[in-house]
Design a protein around this ligand. Structure first.
Ligand code: BGP
Length: 490
């Protein structure tokens, strides 16, 4: 019997985001972004996501008063891709990457967000990055916005709550689409558009204390509305400027299982799934789903729309559905006496059948297959898995190697599940990019020691180290997977 393989042309690769990988935060004319003020709290339990992600005006002011501090603000240094990109992309090429998912830092192109003209040095940097990718036959997949609204947008305008954000963003999109029209075909609008609910500051530039007397959930959904309109306009602009380009939405795929078959638990799981789907439903179908409108109505949430918003959202839906998948959780009507664990900026009900990562995220390869089937059946649009992986504490051994067999085991199980979904369940999937293919600063904890990469970056949580790049054991394993298009897994 012939061995199993992934479909011809399957796009294998890896993913990063500018705010976590680049560094060079004040070089090349880049302005401040919200991520440059995201502080590492070394004294707080890393599992306390609220403490790590709740940011006040005072926090931002403190950050701005210390531009020299790269220890407490690790996203300012990232993995120093800004200076190492040639070496990093060469290593991606060596692994055989066919795609590299990355993001463009908005504040590198428009340092304040509201500038009249773009920063040429920033544009030239991404030209160089894309050219380097081309050298190795790597297709860039570019996220237009990944946790880096310009800080001025947050401080002067109220972040994405302001309608003006749409105009600033579309100017940015027009600029990058025009500049890179011959270099980039695949685009994503907003990374994990739903994450505004979990971390409104990094996703939407929303600082709660700047909205006194307002229902903050309403503020978040208003900002979300502006992102939905901006996303539709970005899709329109991209299609107009780059014929044949493909634009996707990007969702945090949360998959919930009913804790028992009690109808109350099943209903709870359904509700939790809807609280995830409401975002991709809006971006794929081009209108708010009825259940989200009911939520607004029942909770007194009033979204201000302008004439034409509904038509714009309807006219420019996304071409494909991309998502991150790390874990699954359970849902129960009553959680009394049940165990909880941590998750992707959330607390999750523990599933007794699953193991968890060192950070508590429940590892569930079959959940990836279930998620792919759910999404494909719902939308009938091609999928793209743009984040998945295991955050782990890797050890650089004395002989200079990193033996991350646990990561290989994690990927092996997820890749099999992914192929099952494609081959047995008929899911169309364009490709797969593992998260943090080279070690990057963690989004939730700002740690460097929460590593996802095939490539180790010699740097600790405080930024100390040589920043040397060292291929891990998984590097050679992934190289083989790509070379054989998955055949070596079987
Ligand atoms: C996703 C984000 C990424 C990334 C990843 C892993 O939600 O899109 O930016 O960081 O999660 O999360 P963490 O870095 O917290 O481990």
């Amino acid at each position: 019997m012939a061995k199993r393989r992934f479909p011809e042309g399957f796009l294998w690769g890896g993913a990063t985001a500018a705010n976590q990988v680049e560094g060079g935060w004040d070089e090349g004319g880049k302005g401040w972004s919200v991520s440059d003020c995201a502080k590492a709290h070394f004294d707080v339990n890393v599992l306390d996501y609220y403490a790590h992600n709740h940011i006040t005006t005072a926090d931002v002011e403190e950050a701005m008063a210390h531009p020299e501090d790269l220890v407490h603000y690790p996203k300012r240094r990232g993995s120093d891709f800004y200076h190492h990109y040639k070496e990093d992309i060469r290593l991606f090429g060596q692994m055989g990457f066919r795609v590299y998912r990355m993001s463009i830092a908005w504040s590198r192109i428009f340092p304040n967000g509201d500038d009249e003209t773009p920063n040429e040095e920033g544009l030239a940097f991404y030209d160089a990055v894309f050219d380097e990718c081309r050298k190795y036959g790597i297709e860039p997949l570019v996220t237009m916005s990944h946790y880096e609204p310009p800080l001025r947008l947050a401080l002067t305008y109220g972040g994405w709550y302001s309608r003006e954000a749409i105009g600033m963003f579309t100017r940015f999109v027009e600029t990058i689409c025009t500049r890179y029209k011959d270099k980039v075909k695949y685009w994503l609008t907003f990374n994990e558009v739903d994450s505004m609910i979990r971390h409104p500051y990094t996703t939407g530039g929303l600082i709660e204390d700047r909205f006194p007397g307002k229902n903050f959930e309403e503020v978040i959904f208003q900002a979300m509305h502006h992102q939905f309109v901006a996303s539709a306009l970005a899709t329109k602009i991209c299609h107009q400027i780059i014929p044949g380009s493909l634009v996707g939405c990007m969702l945090t795929k949360q998959t919930y299982y009913p804790f028992t078959c009690k109808p109350e638990d099943v209903l709870k799981a359904q509700q939790m799934m809807r609280s995830t789907y409401c975002y991709s439903d809006t971006q794929v179908f081009g209108e708010y789903p009825a259940y989200l409108l009911s939520h607004f109505k029942n909770n007194g949430i009033h979204i201000v729309k302008e004439t034409g918003d509904d038509e714009i959202m309807k006219a420019y839906p996304v071409d494909f559905v991309s998502f991150s998948y790390y874990m699954s959780s359970c849902a129960a009507h009553s959680t009394e006496g049940l165990d909880f664990t941590e998750g992707n900026n959330m607390t999750a009900l523990k599933n007794p059948y699953l193991l968890s990562s060192d950070w508590g995220w429940q590892i569930d390869p079959m959940g990836l297959r279930i998620s792919m089937v759910d999404l494909y059946d719902r939308y009938r649009k091609p999928l793209f898995i743009v984040e998945n992986g295991l955050g782990a504490k890797d050890v650089l051994q004395e002989d200079g190697t990193v033996d991350d067999q646990y990561r290989i085991d994690y990927f092996d199980a997820h890749f099999r599940a992914m192929l099952d979904a494609i081959e047995y369940d008929g899911v169309a999937c364009l490709g797969y990019t593992s998260w943090g293919c080279i070690d990057v600063v963690s989004e939730s904890t700002k740690q460097m020691s929460k590593r996802y990469g095939f490539i180790y970056v010699d740097c600790d949580d405080y930024g100390k180290g040589t920043y040397k790049r060292i291929p891990k054991k998984s590097f050679y394993w992934y190289q083989k997977v790509i070379e054989t298009n998955g055949e070596c897994l079987f």
